[in-house]
Design a protein around this ligand. Structure first.
Ligand SMILES: CC(C)(COP(=O)(O)OP(=O)(O)OC[C@H]1O[C@@H](n2cnc3c(N)ncnc32)[C@H](O)[C@@H]1OP(=O)(O)O)[C@@H](O)C(=O)NCCC(=O)NCCS
Length: 175
């Protein structure tokens, strides 16, 4: 696995960001994890505006919590291999399901240890915003995500049936 860095999305990422999204679509994944609605916004600049708004407690939409979204960029070739979204606190929705952090790795770069490293870097960022208890949730059948969480110190708290009938597991990392 090559070294990664977390990079705030900007205009220079546009072409790669669209390729990143397209790669998911090409394997039938319509929803991107940790991407703060990138796949729902046809205009990349609108997504950047949304991220900027959401990153500021004064401008964040009242239904959204303040959050920071980063591309995980491989240092060697500057390729975007994944994305992570870190919510600065939990609202009722996130307490029930989403947790503090969402993340994803592009299909062609999976099973190389990148999610584990992205979450590690994300937890380092959490320290800088004084988060000490991080809730992470995933579907029970998402073994890769559960392992990623446990490898980063996640302690299983509980599991429950979500509205879609699937089992969700909740983990906590203490920093
Ligand atoms: C979940 C996801 C982020 C994992 O990314 P990844 O880069 O492949 O993960 P890693 O390579 O760091 O692997 C982490 C662990 O999961 C295991 N793993 C990876 N893919 C797996 C799979 N399909 N089935 C079972 N285990 C898997 C790895 O072997 C590793 O465990 P190990 O160290 O014991 O070998 C990636 O599959 C993804 O983006 N999925 C879609 C989005 C998503 O589910 N996000 C999380 C939402 S909660």
């Amino acid at each position: 696995m090559n070294e990664l860095l977390l990079s705030s999305p900007n205009k220079s990422h546009e072409k790669q960001a669209l390729e990143y999204m397209q790669e998911h679509f090409s394997v039938g994944e319509r929803d991107l994890h940790g991407a703060s609605l990138l796949e729902k916004m046809p205009v990349y600049g609108d997504w950047l505006t949304h991220l900027k708004k959401t990153n500021n407690p004064r401008t964040a939409d009242p239904d959204w919590v303040t959050a920071s979204t980063f591309f995980a960029v491989r240092k060697a070739d500057k390729k975007i291999v994944g994305i992570i979204d870190i919510r600065h606190y939990l609202n009722d929705f996130l307490k029930g399901y989403g947790g503090h952090i969402g993340y994803g790795v592009r299909p062609s770069e999976r099973r190389k240890g990148y999610a584990t490293e992205i979450l590690r870097l994300g937890l380092e960022y959490c320290k800088t915003i004084n988060l000490t208890h991080i809730m992470l949730a995933c579907y029970k059948d998402n073994a890769a995500s559960a392992k990623t969480i446990v490898k980063n110190g996640g302690i299983f708290e509980k599991e429950f049936e979500y509205t879609d009938g699937k089992t969700i597991q909740v983990y906590w990392v203490t920093l």
